[in-house]
Design a protein around this ligand. Structure first.
Ligand code: FES
Length: 74
């Protein structure tokens, strides 16, 4: 059986939307509670008051980024 695929979508002007079974941990290995079976949104603008989760602060902050897959290399 194939491993489930985790998809991380880079949303225009917004968060990383993570879909799939994930384990989200802090720097000490502590596990964040995440809703089972639902996508989560991780902040990539730096303005969230609930990091690592997105709280929609990117809108008020005017976060502007529409990167596409071919634009950057790791
Ligand atoms: S991406 Fe939404 S608050 Fe940062």
């Amino acid at each position: 059986m194939d491993e489930p695929i985790v998809e991380i979508k880079v949303r225009d002007h917004g968060p990383y939307k993570v879909t799939g079974p994930v384990r989200l941990v802090d720097a000490d290995g502590g596990v964040f509670e995440v809703p089972e079976g639902r996508a989560i949104a991780l902040c990539r603008c730096g303005h969230s008051r609930t990091k690592p989760f997105c709280d929609a602060s990117h809108k008020a902050a005017g976060f502007d980024d529409c990167v596409r897959a071919g634009d950057r290399r790791p």
